[in-house]
Design a protein around this ligand. Structure first.
Ligand code: F6R
Length: 240
């Protein structure tokens, strides 16, 4: 695990975008695992700028997202499909056919998990981008999710529902379930890039880096990954 501490969010975001850009430029048909949430927004803005300046192209890039809320589709502003469209896909030269998210509106969510697992098998990721939950989750793999888990329906922890309620009108509107890549799916990526910023992530960062490898902190599994890069700002690093 390589830890990189930055003065602020902007510097972290710039470095993250440069790492993603290098991955895109290094492979003829790169596969990126992508994340939603507040943390990667700065990195996405930098990638959009690079694409606009003509120094980076997503023409040959395929993407696969970590997760989606059960019950939400692209027409809902809070869905992760809408998030990706608004914050990245609509601003870059990617072919929408090459972008993938779990279908939150699938009639049979369990069958959707199986479809997504199959899809992941055929899309080995060159890089998986991750945020970090304040409870140590990655994707929606909450504490005590088995490290060997594959794509599944996750019950959101109360703390995650609270954290994510800022993006909904009312906490009662936050879906209680999500389809998420499992921890084994995530760690199969060749390279992992995890971003965390702000004091509310400091405890989870400490557990991920200094705690033992333990299912009570899902992100701690990254200690075993051969190429995991952790980029954090000073506030998230304050307990290290
Ligand atoms: C998002 C995801 C989540 C977030 C995490 C941090 O696709 O899978 O694990 O990365 O909840 O969210 P933010 O960045 O909003 O603090």
């Amino acid at each position: 695990m390589k830890i990189e501490i930055f003065e602020n969010y902007e510097q972290m975001s710039r470095a993250a975008a440069e790492t993603i850009a290098r991955t895109v430029q290094a492979a003829p048909f790169p596969v990126l695992g992508l994340a939603t949430g507040s943390t990667p927004l700065g990195a996405y803005r930098n990638l959009i700028e690079m694409c606009g300046a003509g120094v980076l192209s997503f023409k040959n890039v395929r993407t696969v997202n970590l997760d989606e809320y059960v019950g939400l589709g692209e027409e809902s502003a809070q869905s992760y499909a809408a998030f990706m469209e608004k914050n990245l896909f609509s601003h870059i030269d990617i072919d929408r056919e090459n972008t993938n998210l779990p279908d939150g509106k699938a009639e049979d969510p369990q069958a959707e998990c199986e479809r997504y697992s199959q899809l992941l098998k055929g899309m080995p990721r060159d890089l998986q981008l991750l945020g970090l939950g304040s409870d140590g989750h990655i994707g929606f793999n909450e504490p005590y999710t088995p490290f060997g888990s594959r794509t599944h329906i996750a019950e959101l922890a109360e703390s995650t529902i609270r954290d994510n309620s800022r993006l909904f009108g009312d906490i009662s509107e936050v879906p209680r379930r999500a389809i998420t890549m499992g921890i084994a799916d995530i760690t199969e990526a060749k390279k992992i890039l995890l971003l965390a910023c702000g004091a509310n992530k400091a405890r989870a960062v400490y557990d991920m880096v200094k705690g033992g490898i333990d299912e009570k902190c899902p992100a701690s599994i990254l200690q075993k990954h051969p190429d995991a890069v952790i980029m954090i700002d000073r506030e998230a690093a304050q307990l290290l």
